[in-house]
Design a protein around this ligand. Structure first.
Ligand SMILES: [Zn+2]
Length: 357
């Protein structure tokens, strides 16, 4: 537990809303993967409005790499992992009972401000993410606000249930809410392999878009096609083949989390009036845009991060309809360092998980 107020990006939190207890993977030092250690934390009773969850699996994200590298300016200690699925141990309210199988909406917000009341948790001044601004899922006993807890979608196994929350929430808001992707439109997903891109391919395909994806790896291109991508192209100079595949018109929506290295190709691949939607820039925070490419194409570049609780419910509905997250690999929690290093090598296709038992 934190010794004092945790200074986080944008706000001070005197009390953690999510508490990680039992056996935990804890970020202790900003030195990369080696700064995460497995620790035993004491258990405290469930308080009003809380649900205690026995976490089966926790999912890692690129966010965890930034955190352990010190880029998020989060003061350790912090338990990592935004994604968790498990069984209810105890619930202080009436909504859940012991043994219920649940997943967690990984957004920390106050639920009471005007934005939250209007359903815009992402605009809340107290907005945070589990495993970053508050303690994460990589623990054996996770105390979570009851409003963040939802029944595990039927048909998902435990690994899959821990593999979707952050990435599917992010991709869903980007495609459905922000980029207004329509059935029959063309969607180009840049950099297939990262969890959020894999989610975008699965969601785009399910929504009836013609999905294309780029990758540096032939194996990832094959995996993207298996997931529903109709066309795949090598990362180098992808705008040419993408335009060709649309008969020269260009694509309706580009989904990009690579940013700096790919924005020029994104714009060149885009149809007149097309939309680029982005949730990050893994290739560096400063992005150069050739301005005429933007305005002559009447293009939109749309930013997005995480999602609202209504969008999380939208994701749960898609999962009930048969959309499946992709699990790349599972590491026992004792090997959290190896799991983070695997994620850092960017060799994965889909999600890297920690087994908590
Ligand atoms: Zn709020």
């Amino acid at each position: 537990m934190n010794a004092g107020p945790a200074k986080t990006r944008g706000y001070y939190s005197n009390r953690m809303s999510f508490l990680s207890q039992g056996r935990c993977a804890v970020f202790e030092e900003p030195v990369g993967a080696a700064g995460v250690r497995v620790r035993e934390r004491p258990e405290t009773p469930v308080e009003e409005g809380q649900v205690a969850i026995s976490v089966r699996f926790a999912g890692l994200n690129h966010l965890d790499l930034w955190l352990v590298g010190g880029a998020q300016r989060v003061e350790p200690p912090r338990v990592i992992g935004a994604d968790g699925a498990g069984e209810v141990i105890e619930s202080a309210g009436g909504r859940f009972k012991p043994g219920d199988e649940v997943v967690v909406y990984p957004v920390d917000c106050d639920w009471t401000c005007d934005q939250c009341q209007a359903g815009q948790m992402v605009y809340c001044r107290k907005f945070g993410i589990a495993g970053e601004h508050t303690d994460g899922a990589a623990c054996t006993r996770w105390l979570v606000p009851e409003r963040n807890v939802f029944p595990k979608p039927k048909g998902l196994n435990w690994e899959e249930a821990a593999a979707f929350p952050l990435t599917f929430l992010t991709a869903y808001r980007m495609l459905v809410t922000k980029a207004r992707l329509q059935r029959g439109e063309t969607l180009l997903v840049v950099g297939a392999g990262a969890g959020v891109s894999v989610a975008a391919i699965a969601i785009g395909h399910h929504l009836g878009a013609h999905v294309m994806a780029t990758s540096r790896s032939l194996e990832k291109m094959a995996a993207a096609r298996q997931l529903g991508a109709a066309d795949t192209f090598p990362s180098e100079g992808f705008s040419g083949p993408a335009r060709e595949a649309t008969g020269g018109a260009g694509v309706d929506v580009v989904f990009d989390s690579v940013g700096a290295a790919t924005i020029d190709e994104d714009l060149k691949a885009l149809k007149m009036g097309g939309r680029i939607v982005t949730c990050g820039s893994t290739s560096g925070p400063k992005v150069t845009v050739l301005w005429p490419r933007l305005f002559f194409r009447h293009a939109e570049i749309i930013g997005s991060t995480m999602g609202n609780v209504s969008e999380f419910e939208g994701v749960l509905k898609l999962l009930e309809e048969g959309v499946r997250p992709v699990v790349d690999s599972v590491f026992p929690v004792d090997q959290a360092k190896d799991a983070l290093e695997h994620l850092d090598r960017a060799e994965q296709f889909g999600k890297v998980l920690l087994r908590m038992e």
